[in-house]
Ligand binder design. Structure first.
Ligand code: ADP
Ligand code: ASP
Ligand code: MG
Length: 404
């Protein structure tokens, strides 16, 4: 059986007109003799609305109930797609995570898919049916509804492609591929024909919303090629694949950025072994992700200043945990909510000297102050004032010859 998995994102199913449009795409694959498995997100904006309702009822909404409510968005879009296909004379029906079932492990809202039951869907495909599966959701061993992180329908599609041994996995979205940076922000961004899993994983972890980071990890582990293309324009997109299949002269593949960072500095922390662990332990226990960290030794060698970044949505909770932490002593806490992280990504930097210098020099020329730096083998990130964000992205995009 020649199977293709087609995933449609929120904007692609954003209105009745758009749903009618994507059913044409689905039908075009049937005509190419594919068995089509569809994975859909909720209509754009719906998941945010549902999440907001939970906050209005309680600031402490149970994670299991949060998943139960935010998973409902996908039920609407999947049913509408199936309904339109039925209307056009095709056999189709929707499948929610629990109906498949799609099994997940891990905490609510951050679960991971570990298995997909194929039996009933295969039977339906053999009958000529088009299954429309809800992305973003599954069930756990206690039979509770789970979700797999915001933007998670990408990962649903990839795991479904893995379990069904699909020939292709195509992500249909509102841009026509993966670009060197967000094309909605930087008009000079260029489409990337082929990008490695490693580079895509860094780019999305560092802020490129186009693909959810977990989905790229799953694709890399299972060697699933992903095609990213537009549901609005029928033009070729981008391929996310293994590094070996790509040849490129570019040192830097792309520039990613975030807009929702916050920086916390603890001034005059009593310095003793284990102090950093005492600061971060309660954050870890509350699932708060600490990103960049720098520690300065002060001149008297008894105290230190410690700076770290987190997501803005975790700021209030983090501040409360730090202030209530009896295991640490510090003089002052300074918070900056107006910072952003800009990163350059590319496997080419492993073998090319001088990339760090070029990055810092380009930022200096534009008088952009670097607040914190962090690096890995294939990325360099800097924290800057948010007012400098666009300028920083533009200058780095140009410096590394990515401009269109
Ligand atoms: P979907 O709802 O289809 O999952 P998303 O909104 O999650 O779509 O992702 C698509 C968006 O990702 C684009 O509209 C674009 O603004 C943004 N984006 C960020 N970085 C990039 C990039 N490097 N290339 C393409 N799009 C990007
Ligand atoms: N609807 C979910 C979200 O908004 C999943 C997705 O769009 O991929 O996060
Ligand atoms: Mg998405």
């Amino acid at each position: 059986m020649k199977i293709v998995v087609l995933k449609f994102g929120g904007t692609s199913v954003g209105s009745i007109k758009r749903i009618k449009n994507i059913t044409k795409i689905i039908i075009s694959y049937l005509k190419k003799r594919y068995k089509v498995v569809v994975v859909s997100s909720a209509i754009s904006g719906e998941t945010n609305k549902l999440a907001k309702l939970t906050k209005q009822i309680s600031s402490n909404f149970m994670p299991s109930e949060y998943d139960a409510i935010v998973a409902t968005g996908e039920q609407v879009s999947c049913s509408l797609i199936a309904g339109r296909l039925n209307d056009q004379g095709y056999l189709s029906r929707s499948w929610l995570g629990w109906q498949v079932p799609i099994f997940t492990v891990g905490n609510h809202s951050h679960s991971r898919i570990v298995n997909v039951n194929k039996k009933n869907i295969l039977k339906f495909l053999r009958k000529g049916g088009i299954p429309i599966i809800a992305g973003f959701q599954g069930i756990n061993s206690e039979n509770r509804i789970t979700t797999i992180g915001r933007g998670g329908s990408d990962a649903s599609a990839i795991m479904i492609a893995k379990f069904f041994k699909a020939e292709k996995c195509i992500i249909y979205t509102d841009v026509d591929g993966v670009y060197t940076t967000d094309p909605n922000i930087v008009p000079k961004a260029k489409k990337i024909k082929k990008i490695s899993y490693e580079e895509m994983l860094e780019m999305s972890s560092l802020g490129a919303k186009i693909m959810q980071p977990h989905s790229i990890q799953d694709a890399r582990l299972n060697r699933i090629d992903i095609e990213v293309r537009s549901s609005f324009k029928n033009i070729s997109g981008s391929l996310i694949t293994k590094r070996k299949s790509i040849s490129s002269k570019n040192i830097i593949r792309g520039v990613s950025f975030t807009k929702n960072d916050a920086k916390i500095t603890l001034v005059g922390v009593k310095d003793r072994p284990g102090v950093a662990a005492s600061i971060f332990e309660p954050l870890y226990k509350n699932s708060i992700n600490v990103d960049m960290v720098v520690q300065n030794i002060s001149s008297n060698k008894k105290e230190t200043d410690l700076t770290f970044t987190i997501k803005i949505e975790d700021l209030k909770k983090t501040e409360k945990l730090i202030k209530g932490n009896k295991k640490i002593k510090f003089k002052n806490i300074v918070i900056d909510e107006k910072v952003s992280k800009v990163s350059i990504v590319g496997v080419g930097m492993i073998t090319t000297p001088g990339v760090t210098f070029r990055m810092f020099n380009a930022l200096a020329r534009k008088k952009i102050n670097i607040i914190v730096i962090s690096t890995s083998e294939i990325k360099i990130s800097v924290l800057v004032d948010r007012k400098n964000l666009k300028k920083a992205v533009d200058v780095l995009h140009k410096e590394f010859k990515l401009d269109y």
